[in-house]
Design a protein around this ligand. Structure first.
Ligand code: AMP
Length: 286
């Protein structure tokens, strides 16, 4: 597997690639786990070449301690990528992303107003700006994102559509531990008891899904089902909500039959010890 240590090494490679080679791109912040691996494995199946990137993007962190504490496991990550069959990994420098004088940023729309956008001001501006730069720098035509970060995926899709970007966005299912906890680089921060408690996120999402499958469609009742599970645990709930997957906003009562059909998703964010965890589950059409 080739390592590109900066933008110019990457650009030499992209310039030398025959135009008919399909390149699949998987952006990451490293500390790779099976969730990331599933994206890379799928990209390997669907493309001639697979390019992953590892860049811990400072502009999408709100707290310096979170950025400092973010795990960095480069050698291990490269072994994982190589084993999965990736062609190359791009390791941009901070200067490749934010050279002197840098000042232009992406401003997300209403889909970023709530939830992660509200709890982490500036997070999505930082994320979208870096994703757009990565799309431009890699000239990717196909990119892979995890459903685990549902609001991120929603906003990346919006940006691609709104700005006429020539890149296909493919979403991949969330990979979970046997007890349902979504894999995340931040799970390493959980103590043994917190790790045990963390399974309650999946139990809460499953409770909302069971209620939905029994015919419940009222967001407030579905949300209560999640809160009922979580209140019996040590997690501190930031939000446990139901959204319309087409707008990433709370569902609105349908005004007329021409209104789009709503598709509900349960989403939650909690704090547990030193970790902040997010997860979500698609419920279905309302
Ligand atoms: P990150 O390194 O956290 O920025 O994540 C890189 C990509 O991996 C993003 O598209 C995430 O949504 C995706 N991802 C993270 N965790 C998981 C998971 N448990 N299952 C599937 N995809 C994931």
């Amino acid at each position: 597997m080739i390592r590109f240590h900066n933008l110019s090494e990457l650009q030499q490679w992209t310039a030398s690639l025959p135009s008919n080679r399909a390149v699949g791109f998987v952006p990451t912040m490293g500390a790779l786990h099976e969730g990331h691996a599933s994206l890379v494995a799928r990209a390997v199946k669907e493309n001639d070449e697979v390019l992953a990137s590892i860049f811990v993007n400072p502009t999408q962190f709100q707290e310096l301690v979170d950025l400092d504490r973010y795990p960095r496991t480069l050698e291990q990550d490269c072994e994982v990528l190589e084993r999965l069959g990736a062609t190359a990994v791009y390791l941009p420098t901070e200067n490749d992303m934010y050279p002197r004088g840098f000042q232009t940023r992406i401003e997300p729309g209403e889909g970023a107003e709530w939830f992660e956008g509200e709890k982490r001001p500036g997070h999505f501006t930082g994320m979208l700006t870096v994703v757009l730069k990565l799309f431009q720098q890699t000239r990717a035509r196909r990119s892979y994102f995890g459903e685990k970060d549902a609001q991120q995926l929603f906003l990346v899709r919006r940006m691609v559509e709104d700005l006429d970007l020539n890149v296909e966005v493919l979403s991949c299912a969330t990979i979970r531990e046997p007890d349902g906890l979504a894999m995340s680089s931040r799970n390493a921060r959980l103590s043994e008891t917190e790790r045990f408690e963390s399974a309650s996120l999946w139990r809460a999402l499953s409770a909302a899904k069971s209620a939905f499958d029994r015919g419940e469609r009222r967001a407030s009742v579905l949300e209560q089902a999640m809160h009922d599970v979580l209140k019996a645990t040590a997690v501190e709930v930031e939000y446990a909500s139901v959204i319309d997957d087409l707008t990433f906003r709370p569902p609105e009562p349908t005004l007329d039959e021409h209104e789009h059909e709503q598709c509900l998703r349960a989403i939650l964010a909690v704090r547990l010890g030193a970790a902040r965890l997010i997860d979500n589950l698609l419920l279905g059409h309302a």
